[in-house]
Design a protein around this ligand. Sequence first.
Ligand code: OGA
Ligand code: NI
Length: 368
Amino acid sequence: MATTAPTGSPPSPPSLTHPPPPRKLTSVKALSESPGLSSIPSIYTFPKQPNHEPVSDTKEPIPTIDFSLLISSNPDERSKTIRELGKACRDWGFFMVTNHGVPERMMKAMIEVCREFFELTEEEKGECEGKHVLDPIRYGTSFNPSVDKILYWRDYLKIFQHPAFHSPSNPPSFSEIALEYSKRTRGVMKEIVRGISESLGLEDKYIEKASSLENCLQIMVANLYPPCPQPELAMGLAAHTDHGLLTLLIQNDTVGLQVLHKDKLVNIHPIPNSFLVNIGDHIEILSNGKYKSVLHRAVVNDRDVRISIALAHGPAADVAVNPAPMLLEDGQNPLAYPAIKYKEYVELQQSSKLDGKSYLEHIRNRGI
Ligand code: OGA
Ligand code: NI
């Protein structure tokens, strides 16, 4: 609510040290539903980045990993799949995972219940509005409106689901669906992390142990990108890398994700019912930069609502991971990665502006 200075008192000077309190913002959903909306407010106009022009959809397809072969009891099948996984991590940092065993109906139910959440009234959703970036349930819009110079065409719901499970109480079915989904995705994530560990020539449980994976911080991010009357001017979510080890993303059948590959942004068309998986900043750290956490962004369109659900899996909150000593070449020093606890890393990343760079690069420049 706006406050007014008492009559007669001089206006207070602008403070240079304290940012203004976050504005109470309209959700993009409400904005997109305003009658007769034909152009976007200027605060949503995103500056063009000419060096990242999207390439056409027909180029090199993103790699696919067959999960059933990754967990196969046939050692030849498994080692072949681990080699493919290593190649996908080196070449792309992004890959699709098929035959993962999570039922299609569970993935669909998760998307539907998130849609229902976003369809609640603003007042109902407002109950989930977090005050701090580490609050376990946080509904909001853009990325971080208290620091974003321009706003993104996106509403979100972020929920911490492990080691402690949280859920909004509304819609009533959210908790049951999300709990089951969070367990199943963790199971898939663990096997992929083992495969990645082996693909780096490490013991299969190396990353698991180094990051205390049994207490991994699992955060669900549900993104809503409503139709936008001027999609070429707006941005759903600016280029960023993901914190943590692995993100598993699903979406409704509307595309919008773009991944930086060989200096070009590539449109991603996921195979239905697959997980789109990307390695995060903490695999980059653990692998001493052998696998890079790759920039990606979400664009919007003028026809369809897009919903995506990203499950980010990081080390345990109090763990600070380091490059694996076995991955250093003879005489090489480990890359200067920040030795900070995962929780602090998330807090810093989530409190910052998205500026088209990996957050790792940032924090390294700050000399932390
Ligand atoms: C994210 C993200 C992309 C998308 O939530 O971190 O990158 O397609 N989302 O919504
Ligand atoms: Ni992301």
